[in-house]
Each structure stands twice: as structure tokens, then as C-alpha cells.
Design a protein. Structure first.
Length: 344
């Protein structure tokens, strides 16, 4: 019997900015507790850009040359131990790599059912960013009703998800930063109360530390979700409240910085780092379970929603990556497969 094939985005070079091609590759099979999903749409993430450049290799067991951490589609085949899913069900989920292909195979507990109101393109813009934001804000930082939240990169995929989840949870103030005032203004439609632009021409990180103190009447933010990293560290410490929690989620602004221990000790601050991709299968299953229980009902009721910047057909994968690399996006860039691409 001839080996089954599928189309996928393949990293063919990691020199410089890296190079992608859409190629035929082997179609994966579902065994044991694995589910094969017919991918209808897949989200792009910063991790994909880093992998393309050779700076974020896939963990063991994931395809080394096929990027993609989130997807939406239909169950096409199940392993003999699968009990939760049946052929034809609409699902979305996360994987350590390989989602930017016509088919992906994942453990059954890394999937959730797509709410009826979401099409595949919208669903593909959800899993990685909403699971990351929900886990960071509530499982890790234990955000409580009435507390003030500061979200850096509020116009990003994780940023727009975090703003919405914080607002839905009754945060006492939802604040944000972005490169431009235009992105902040757009984020207001998703629950942002106040924001400050932090581009070089806008005063840099010190601008948000001063703004947060003004917005909170000197108290500071109880939780900061930081997707930027090193360049914001000192200003984050100043912007946090007594017993504040700093969640480190990204390193767009660098990965190494000097830490003033006196600020951390004096305010009794809690600094935590988190990643989703490199977690164990059990940890990912727990994060997906909590997402399905707490976020999917909000999606079904329209209380939070995916934010799509742009969508591209599979053969336009290069243009999709260029769009994400431009830093001009607001929300998610999505790749569409098959019939989904025809209805953009």
C-alpha cells in the first residue's frame, strides 16, 4: 500500500530569517490514545518565527521542520484507546509542533470541542493564546476579582485574550501597553480601560510605570502579564503593587536583565515564568481541561472572542509569516486549509 501524503508548511532553511516551503510529507497515523485531526485552520505564533530562524527547536517527539502550535478542524481518525472523541467532531487544540499541515495527531486530552458559534478560522485563533493567558492569569498568578491587571503587548494574540479574560473575571482595572496608540484604541473594544504607548518616541518603559501609578492612585498593578521581557523588568517592579505578581510569558525585548533585589524584597513581589510548549503531556492536558471548563463557555456566550488580524491560504504561508514578522498585527494571523481558504 502506498504511503499516504499530505501538504504541510516545511522549514527548509534556518539561516538568517529562515525559509519555508509548502511540501508533501507523510501523513501521520493515530494509535492508542491519539487522535488525527483534519486541520481546517491553524494559528501562527511568535514561537513559529523563532523555530524558522533556528532559535526555538521543537521538543522531542514533535516534528522538527513543521511549525504550528494550535489548530482547528475535524476528527478524522482515532486510536484504539480513544474514548472522548468520534470521527467528524469539530475540535481545536494545542500541540508541540506540526499543526501547520493538513493533518495533525495529538493526545485526546489535548483537544476541546469548538463552540457552535465559531467557524474554523476563528477557532484556530483561540487555543494557544487563550490557554496561555488563562493559565498565566488564573492558574499561575491567581488573579482575583477587583484586582488591577497590566497586560504588555495588549494588541498581540495573548494580549487581546488576556484583556478579555481579565475583564470577564471582574478585574478592578485592565490596563495595557502597545507599540502604538492605535493598537491601544482598538484594544478598548475588548475591555481595556487605559493604555499607554511605549515605543521609543513615547518614552519607553518608564512611561507605563508612571501611568500605572496614576491609574491605580499610587497602588500599582496586582498582576502584570509581560510578553516583552528584559527591557521592561525594572519598570515592571516599579509598576507592581505590594505583593504584586509578575508573570513572564515572552522575551520580545530580550531575555537577560539586572534584577534589583531590594524592590522585590521590599514589596514582597512574586516573579514567575511560564511556557506552554515545553510542558509535559499531563500539564498540557490539565491546562486544556481548565480552558474547556472556564473559557469555552465564555466563547460560546460571546463574552470573549478570538481576534483575527488576517488570514492566508496554505500556499500563501510565506506571506502569512511576513505579516506576523511586521509587528503591525492586531490579534492573530491564521492559515486556512482546503474549503476554509475558499471562504475568506
Amino acid at each position: 500500500m502506498a504511503e499516504e501524503k499530505m501538504l504541510a508548511v516545511v522549514i527548509v532553511s534556518q539561516e538568517g530569517e529562515g525559509r519555508l516551503e509548502v511540501r508533501e510529507v507523510s501523513k501521520p497515523a493515530a494509535r492508542a490514545d491519539r487522535v488525527r485531526v483534519r486541520v481546517r485552520a491553524a494559528g501562527l505564533n511568535r514561537a513559529d518565527l523563532l523555530q524558522k530562524r533556528g532559535r526555538y527547536p521543537a521538543p522531542a517527539g514533535a516534528p522538527a521542520d513543521i511549525p504550528g502550535l494550535e489548530f482547528a478542524g475535524e476528527v478524522e481518525e482515532v486510536g484504539e484507546e480513544v474514548r472522548a472523541w468520534a470521527k467528524g467532531q469539530r475540535v481545536f487544540g494545542i500541540t508541540a509542533g506540526g499543526a501547520q499541515a493538513e493533518y495533525v495527531v495529538v493526545p485526546e486530552n489535548h483537544l476541546a470541542e469548538i463552540p457552535a458559534g465559531l467557524d474554523f478560522a476563528a477557532a484556530a485563533a483561540v487555543p494557544e493564546v487563550f490557554i496561555t493567558a488563562h493559565d498565566a492569569l488564573f492558574t499561575q498568578a491567581r488573579l482575583r476579582t477587583g484586582e488591577a491587571v497590566l497586560v504588555h503587548a495588549a494588541g498581540s494574540g495573548v494580549g487581546t485574550a488576556a484583556v478579555q479574560l481579565a475583564r470577564a473575571a471582574g478585574a478592578g482595572g485592565v490596563y495595557g501597553t502597545a507599540r502604538t496608540a492605535e493598537k491601544l484604541e482598538r484594544a478598548r473594544a475588548f475591555g481595556l480601560d487605559e493604555g499607554v504607548a511605549v515605543g521609543a518616541e513615547a518614552g519607553g518603559p518608564r512611561a507605563f510605570a508612571e501611568a500605572v501609578r496614576g491609574w491605580t492612585k499610587g497602588r500599582g498593578a496586582d498582576v502584570i502579564l509581560d510578553l516583552v521581557g528584559a527591557s521592561y523588568l525594572d519598570a515592571n517592579l516599579d509598576a507592581l503593587s505590594y505583593r504584586g505578581r509578575l508573570m513572564l510569558v515572552g522575551t520580545l525585548g530580550g531575555s537577560a536583565a539586572s534584577l534589583d533585589f531590594r524592590k522585590v524584597m521590599g514589596k514582597r513581589l512574586n516573579i514567575k515564568g511560564t511556557v506552554l510548549r515545553a510542558r509535559s503531556a499531563e500539564e498540557k492536558a490539565r491546562a486544556v481541561r481548565l480552558f474547556a471548563a472556564h473559557v469555552c463557555p465564555l466563547l460560546a456566550r460571546g463574552l470573549v472572542r478570538p481576534v483575527i488580524d488576517s488570514s492566508f491560504a496554505l500556499e500563501e504561508a510565506g506571506a502569512a509569516y511576513q505579516r506576523l514578522e511586521s509587528n503591525e498585527t492586531f490579534g492573530k494571523v491564521v492559515l486556512l486549509f482546503g474549503p476554509e481558504a475558499a471562504f475568506r
